[in-house]
Ligand binder design. Structure first.
Ligand code: SF4
Length: 312
């Protein structure tokens, strides 16, 4: 069957990071993940001590390559990615915890060397909206005159009841207020969503996609809820296992969510990959390629594509 989705180079019926890279830069752009000196206000007591119930701590992808000097850490890790994509363009990816959770002066010290390095093509900064204010946004916006800046914002769900149950420590309104500050800047925004929270119905997850799909953002990352061993959610699961989405339920749900998003939103992820040794459930999330293939098959079989049922 022909692929009617216009923003595709292959059989994908959604706008992939690869498509974006090729169209904008003519080659692969990749992220070099960094483990910076930040904490998270939802763990350090500013908002809460407990953190989000599912959070296994900041994600440090390469603990053995973790020089405290962040530029040196970047140089340690870069060859791993250069070997994989010799012609690609690297972005410095501040991934662990909340990477704007510090005074502005400290942010300047941390980010300036990455702005000055001519061989780094942009910054990707993962954070929470309550770690951004007008001054920090003005600073990050000024950096976009030199190179692209992405903010990866955790939202997870548009439903406040879910955010409370997750112990996110913020509501949807405050997320929207921050987006309002960002919408007239050149900062690119990517939003992180979690599917499969136990008390959410399928309709609630579709509603999250429907609403997020209309926001002034550039990208989305979908994740299935991971239940990890060393988290409050994991402890609860070990005491009394609760039902989680099956692979079939998840893949069909994500395929439907894609149809509700604006067609120019980049889909950075369709499923997450947690640490095998930490993961309690669901095990099928370890088969990432198979999950993505199933979503592709459903979309082709149903003749769905990203934005097919989008409504402004
Ligand atoms: S905001 Fe992020 S780092 Fe902080 S507790 Fe939640 S998931 Fe963990």
């Amino acid at each position: 069957m022909n692929n009617p989705f216009p923003y595709s180079l292959d059989n994908k019926r959604y706008l992939t990071w690869n498509y974006y890279s090729q169209r904008k830069y003519g080659r692969k752009i990749y992220k070099v993940p960094l483990d910076g000196p930040f904490t998270c206000p939802n763990r350090d007591g500013t908002v809460s001590f407990g953190g989000c119930l599912y959070c296994a701590g900041g994600s440090n992808a390469f603990p053995a390559l973790s020089d405290r000097d962040l530029v040196r850490q970047y140089r340690q890790r870069l060859p791993i990615f250069q070997n994989k994509w010799p012609d690609g363009l690297p972005l410095a990816y501040f991934q662990s915890y909340s990477n704007t959770n510090a005074p502005l002066e400290r942010l300047r010290e941390i980010y300036q060397p990455f702005i000055e390095a001519g061989d780094i093509y942009g910054l990707v900064i993962a954070t929470r909206t309550d770690c951004l204010d007008e001054e920090k946004i003005a600073y990050l916006s000024s950096l976009t005159a030199v190179k692209p800046v992405w903010l990866e914002l955790g939202l997870q769900s548009v439903h406040d009841q879910t955010l409370r149950e997750m112990n996110r420590g913020h509501d949807y309104r405050s997320f929207l207020d921050c987006l309002d500050l960002l919408k007239d800047t050149d900062i690119n925004v990517s939003v992180h969503l979690i599917n499969g929270w136990m008390s959410e119905s399928e309709e609630m997850m579709l509603e999250t996609a429907r609403q997020v799909g209309r926001l002034p953002i550039q990208a989305v990352k979908f994740h299935m809820l991971h239940v990890c061993r060393s988290t409050p959610l994991g402890e609860r699961y070990l005491r009394e296992p609760f039902p989680l989405l099956s692979k079939e339920q998840y893949t069909r749900l994500v395929a439907r969510q894609l149809t509700l998003l604006r067609s120019d939103i980049i889909i950075e992820r369709l499923t997450g990959d947690g640490l095998r040794e930490e993961l309690l459930a669901p095990e099928w999330t370890l088969k990432k390629v198979s999950v993505i293939n199933d979503i592709d098959k459903i979309m082709a079989g149903e003749d769905w594509w990203q934005g097919k049922f989008y409504e402004e």
